[in-house]
Design a protein around this ligand. Structure first.
Ligand code: HEC
Length: 270
């Protein structure tokens, strides 16, 4: 133990000697470096802003060298917008999927980061060796590699994760099939219905919520309006005088047909 201490004291003295012999004072040398570098960074940002604005203004569709001038106007009434974080937050985004509400979310969002931070703060007190060679620091190296790999994997998983809008409703689909005695060809539409935010406004067999005066759809098929009517209605409700329901044209023809089949087959629990 005392040999270690001696070693550390000696190293400290050597460091002090080095500073005295070859070091430069913080002021003005380091200050000058920082000032120059800050100016460079700010100039680059300002230049990018000017290029973005000027090149975009010249193009008729306002899409310049660095992207469009303004994106589409935000729609506060949207019901099927899926929020996603920027790519560098994908790993956190995926962590939140691993930790499920409410059981382990506190552990995942407060517990794990706090433990990691404490370890980081404690590191200078734990690792007192002066060894710098990477190969002689196996624990640190393995920990660093594991951290990088796990962040990489989480980022990848977050980037490729399918959105699970209405996961809970999807879990209810087998129950719908049984209670409504839906034919097999209606199941794809049932899943789509559960995933496509229809349940934000409509109630179906006790799932969902009644909003904006939308009718319950459990027995909508009993009206015998037919698959085609539902397909067209859902694609563009405004054409049928419904201004409150958003158009779902974007789902595509096949999906709309499946939803139509599902609605038409929904004739109330037997
Ligand atoms: C923002 C709320 C909202 C969403 C989301 C929504 N609807 Fe509607 N829907 C309505 C309202 C409101 C009406 C009733 C309009 C009326 O009575 O004129 C309606 C009516 C309907 C009808 C009734 C047609 C009829 O002839 O009675 C069907 C079928 C329907 N919606 C299907 C769907 C499907 C399928 C989805 C998902 C793909 C969906 N809706 C999503 C609000 C919504």
């Amino acid at each position: 133990m005392s040999r270690r201490l001696d070693e550390r004291r000696e190293a400290y003295q050597r460091y002090k000697r080095d500073v005295n012999e070859r070091g430069k004072p913080f002021y003005p040398y380091a200050m000058f470096h920082d000032t120059v570098m800050s100016l460079v960074v700010v100039s680059v940002i300002a230049a990018l802003a000017v290029i973005w604005k000027l090149t975009a203004e010249e193009e008729p569709d306002a899409s310049g060298a660095l992207g469009v001038l303004y994106g589409e106007e935000a729609d506060p009434g949207t019901t099927n917008f899926i929020p996603r974080p920027d790519w560098y937050f994908y790993f956190l985004f995926y962590l939140l999927r691993i930790f499920k509400w409410p059981d382990s979310v506190i552990l995942g969002t407060v517990g794990v980061p706090t433990i990691a931070l404490m370890l980081l703060l404690a590191l200078p007190f734990i690792d007192l060796r002066r060894e710098r060679k990477l190969l002689r620091r196996p624990v640190a190296i393995v920990a660093a590699i594991l951290t990088v790999v796990s962040m990489g994997v989480l980022t990848y998983k977050g980037a490729t994760a399918r959105e699970s809008l209405g996961t809970e409703a999807v879990l209810a689909v087998p129950e719908w099939v049984e209670q409504q005695q839906l034919p097999q060809e209606a199941e794809a539409g049932a899943r789509l219905f559960a995933e496509s935010s229809c349940l934000n406004c409509h109630i179906y067999l006790g799932s969902g919520a009644a909003n904006l005066g939308a009718p319950e759809l459990t027995e909508i098929g009993a009206s015998n309006k037919g698959v085609d009517y539902f397909r067209q209605y859902v694609a563009n409700p405004a054409k049928f005088g419904n201004q409150r329901m958003p158009p779902f044209q974007g789902l595509g023809d096949e999906n709309l047909r499946n939803i139509g089949i599902f609605l038409d087959a929904s004739k109330g629990p037997k």
